[in-house]
Ligand binder design. Structure first.
Ligand code: 5GP
Ligand code: ZN
Length: 119
């Protein structure tokens, strides 16, 4: 089955390989690619193949794809050799969190010491 896409969405275009990006992981349900403005030595974005706006649009039907994203993040953390030092998986929702792209994405960040709480 072909994924649900939004023709105006930049991350749908990346998932379609219509816009070039450094894709590091790709399955039927998940795409992961390096952020163009990295905030850490490893900064990878993980997205569902289907266009889902953000975490507020998640329903019971999305359980599998969320699990797939988390498994992919753990796999990539090992591949990037940040698993021992530790890593962060974060999704920004809405203006206060700084969401700027409206296709659900999780930032996988690692490779440096991070502060808490985030700024
Ligand atoms: P948000 O601010 O919505 O949490 O995260 C959006 C992220 O997407 C930002 O970190 C930004 O650098 C990244 N980004 C925006 N446009 C592109 C793009 O065309 N390609 C890639 N690889 N990353 C992008
Ligand atoms: Zn999209």
């Amino acid at each position: 089955m072909s994924p649900d896409r939004d023709t105006e969405c930049i991350f749908c275009k990346i998932a379609d390989h219509e816009i070039p990006s450094e894709i590091v992981h790709e399955t039927d349900t998940v795409v992961a690619f390096r952020d163009t403005n990295p905030q850490a030595p490893t900064h990878i974005l993980l997205i569902p193949q289907d266009h889902i706006e953000d975490l507020t649009a998640i329903t019971d039907d999305h359980g599998q794809v969320l699990a797939d994203i988390v498994h992919a993040a753990a796999h990539l953390a090992r591949a990037e050799e940040i698993d021992e030092g530790g890593w962060r998986l974060v999704s920004n929702v809405g203006p206060d969190a700084g969401q700027s792209v409206f296709h659900l994405h999780f930032h996988l960040l690692g490779g440096r010491k991070m502060s808490w709480p985030p700024g």
